[in-house]
Design a protein around this ligand. Structure first.
Ligand code: F0G
Length: 457
């Protein structure tokens, strides 16, 4: 078997701005140990997110030029609508400017006090939009999904027994929606099996609970189904995707991930009544129903990207490149989420830094160390992002303390990834010297974006 190569050539390049370790120490202190406050120019390899950071193809750039900017009835909208209808089998397509705008609209319509939304794991913006409406968000992830070191094929699965018990306890009438995130971003980019989706669908049907998909990384999830689930090896990715969406009543998607777009999102639905309410809100907040906060050119780029992402050469390279980095780290004993996820490598900061307690944020401390060592920017997915306080102001830590290194699509080459592995391994060797962090300022919601911290001496 030959090396799996990047299935593209590079037509246009962006220079990387190099910094020294001394400069990075200073930059990090000025950014209050918050990677979101570092200027992108001061980052060598930016693994903060795979969202909106993809390299678009020449076909997508060509699509940008033919984008139809008509306010109403734009040709680009009809291309977008048809692409999503073909992909999902859902007749109603509502464009939004990004994923959270789709969530805001959906949960404003179906949310409200005293209700619940259940999920395998809600992404942070999804949870925030649910909770903003007064509804409680509940994660019911399968047991193996919560242990980073235990490999399993579908660690993003929802715990269907816990789901049934939850329905018995709270009453189906109080659960306004079940939403499955594919792949499970906050749980390590781990996939959900078709079997699990079918099982959850059947529980939803019996109890008249609508099932939605958070489809940001649907193609990566479908590739895992093809490779790991019995019966799918010879089925094409578009067919697997079609089956996956066939179990859902609707979906939300951030086109900034698996559509290779720099901006965009949508809601797709089957229910016309729900669509009317969503569209009414859309017009107030996003724009008219045929552009929803996007330019015609964005709609074109997304439509083309949604087709490109299902090409198997691409998905093979994509999933392999994440696996490649994960394997290098495992070989050096670095504790990582296993097996490799679809879009990111997740370092297990709890296992790596046992000398730093949860209330000194080991994940964020590791993020800081990676930046200082090699200018690599990652993001904490642990107690800083998901921790809460009890009534005495004591931190209730997150289940896991992870650091996500999200790989932008089609942006970095194998030598960039080799460099990242070297940086992580160097940090791992010197892990005893890493210090915990203390919060100096925090916002009441989504605090990790604006938090200011300092090192504990
Ligand atoms: N759902 C999931 C699973 C996501 O990963 C994201 C965004 C969203 C919804 C919201 O979409 O950003 O377009 O508003 N995730 C990015 C990330 C921010 O870095 O993982 P958005």
């Amino acid at each position: 078997m030959h090396t799996i190569i990047e299935p593209f050539k590079i037509k246009s390049v962006e220079p990387i701005h190099f910094t020294t370790r001394e400069q990075r120490i200073d930059i990090l202190q000025r950014a209050c140990y918050n990677p979101f406050l570092i200027h992108a120019d001061d980052v060598l390899i930016d693994l903060l997110t795979d969202s909106g950071t993809s390299a678009m193809s020449s076909a997508q750039w060509a699509g940008i030029m033919i984008g139809d900017e008509s306010y109403a009835g734009s040709n680009s909208f009809f291309h977008f609508e048809k692409t999503i209808q073909d992909l999902t089998g859902m007749p109603i397509v509502i464009p939004t400017h990004q994923g959270r705008a789709a969530e805001k609209i959906l949960f404003s319509v179906i949310g409200g006090k005293g209700k619940f939304v259940v999920s395998n794991t809600l992404f942070d913006t999804t949870r925030a939009n649910i909770e903003f409406s007064g509804t409680e968000g509940v994660d019911l992830l399968c047991k193996e999904g919560k242990i980073p070191s235990v490999p399993a094929s579908f660690k993003g699965n929802m715990d269907s027994v816990a789901f049934e018990n939850f329905i018995k306890e709270k009453g189906a009438e109080n659960i306004s929606l079940c939403i499955i995130t594919v792949t499970n971003n906050s749980g390590g980019g781990q996939p959900v099996s078709m079997r699990n989706i079918k099982e959850v669908k059947s529980i939803c049907e019996t109890n008249k609970i609508p099932l939605f998909i958070d489809a940001c990384r649907f193609a990566e999830n479908c590739y895992f189904i093809k490779k790991r689930e019995e019966g799918y090896a010879n089925i094409s990715i578009p067919e697997i995707a079609h089956e996956l969406f066939s179990y859902a009543d609707g979906c939300t998607m951030s086109a900034k991930k698996d559509a290779f777009a720099n901006i965009g999102g949508f809601i797709a639905l089957r229910n016309e009544e729900l669509a009317i309410q969503c569209r009414n809100l859309l017009i107030i907040t996003e724009g008219f129903t045929t552009y929803g906060g996007l330019a015609g050119r964005d709609l074109e780029a997304i439509s083309i990207g949604l087709k490109e992402v299902m090409e198997e050469n691409y998905l093979q390279y994509r999933i392999r490149s994440i696996e490649y980095l994960t394997e290098k780290l495992i070989a050096a004993n670095v504790p990582v989420m296993q097996p490799a996820g679809g879009h990111a490598v997740y370092l297990d900061a709890k296992a790596m830094l046992p000398h730093i307690p949860a209330d000194q944020y080991p994940g964020q401390a590791l993020v800081a160390a990676l930046y200082v060592e090699g200018g690599v920017r990652g993001v904490e997915i642990g107690s800083l992002m998901f921790g809460k306080y009890d009534e005495n102001g004591k931190l209730i830590p997150a289940v896991m303390e992870l650091v996500r290194l999200a790989i932008p699509r089609r942006v970095y080459t194998q030598s960039h990834i080799d460099y990242v592995a070297e940086v992580i391994i160097e940090v791992y060797k010197n892990r005893d010297k890493i210090k915990g962090l203390k919060i100096e300022y925090e916002a009441p919601a989504l605090r990790h974006f604006t938090v200011e911290m300092r090192e504990i001496e």
